[in-house]
Design a protein around this ligand. Structure first.
Ligand SMILES: C[S@@+](CC[C@H](N)C(=O)[O-])C[C@H]1O[C@@H](n2cnc3c(N)ncnc32)[C@H](O)[C@@H]1O
Length: 255
């Protein structure tokens, strides 16, 4: 109703205006449902993976030697090797997860592809960035079907399942049909020896400026590091300084 050019404020409206505002949730990985689910999952991951990590710490004295063993094991029976880790999360750290979230935000990602999703922890960080920017799609891949099911359940618990399409099976096959459009960001975290073959599959779809994160991208495992560090291949690439010893590599597609 016309009120003589001045808006009318009722007594209760005036009270609402005077009340201090609740702080707005600026990002969904710092507080709220997503942050709560992530905290629970990191605790579950720590408990599930502790015996494995302790065994590694006591057995491994030489990274090169350890990598040689992983490469041999993957070449012998990749599916069987990762089936043996069906109950292990093998996930990124909370710090690395926040870094993934920040990367997705900074490149304004709309389409992200992940090689090796496990129980979905890293996928939650990246899907949360998509949600906070208004939407998008994350294509996750996982060879172990029981893990993919748990990842789907975890994404549902975080309220992010509508943003994620999981492709179950060997990513060399499940990514062959394409990813439905140009890729803004890729996260490589599956079998160590397959980073270069998977990058080669994704390469035609990577936008100039796309970010590629390699977790456990080791020099010893199949030529990926040499490839992305050669500017002639259309990338600039550097090792990341946090989570040392985990082969974390930051790469940008330059053309
Ligand atoms: C290090 S874990 C991934 C952790 C996950 N990115 C996270 O941070 O929560 C690696 C995963 O890659 C999966 N994987 C290995 N080789 C694969 C392949 N060829 N295709 C799809 N998934 C694969 C394994 O089963 C395992 O769950």
């Amino acid at each position: 109703m016309w009120s003589g050019g001045r808006s009318r404020i009722s007594g209760s409206d005036a009270y609402a205006l005077a009340r201090p505002k609740e702080p707005e949730n600026m990002d969904s990985v710092s507080s709220g449902l997503v942050a709560d689910v992530l905290q629970r999952l990191h605790q579950e991951a720590d408990a599930a993976d502790a015996p494995l990590m302790q065994a590694y710490a006591s057995e491994i004295t030489n990274v090169e030697q350890a990598m040689k063993q992983v490469v041999e094991a993957e070449n012998k029976d990749l599916t069987g090797l990762y089936h043996g880790y069906a109950d292990n999360f093998l996930s990124v750290s909370p710090e690395f997860g926040r870094f993934l979230y920040m990367c997705a935000r900074s490149c304004k990602a709309k389409r992200i592809v992940e090689f090796g999703s496990s129980m979905g922890i890293s996928a939650i960080y990246m899907a949360a960035a998509l949600r906070d920017m208004g939407g998008g799609v994350l294509i996750g891949t996982e060879i172990e079907s029981s893990k993919a099911e748990r990842a789907q359940a975890n994404l549902r618990a975080a309220g992010l399942a509508d943003l994620v399409e999981f492709r179950i099976g060997d990513a060399r096959e499940t990514l062959k049909a394409g990813v439905g459009g140009d890729i803004d960001m890729a996260m490589l975290d599956g079998a160590f020896t397959l980073y270069l073959p998977i990058l080669t599959l994704l390469e035609p779809h990577l936008k100039p400026g796309a970010i590629i994160i390699g977790e456990n991208a080791f020099t010893e495992a199949g030529g990926y590091i040499e490839y992305v560090r050669d500017p002639q291949n259309g990338y600039l690439s550097l090792p990341l300084s946090f989570d040392p010893g985990r082969g974390n590599e930051f790469t940008v597609k330059t053309r």
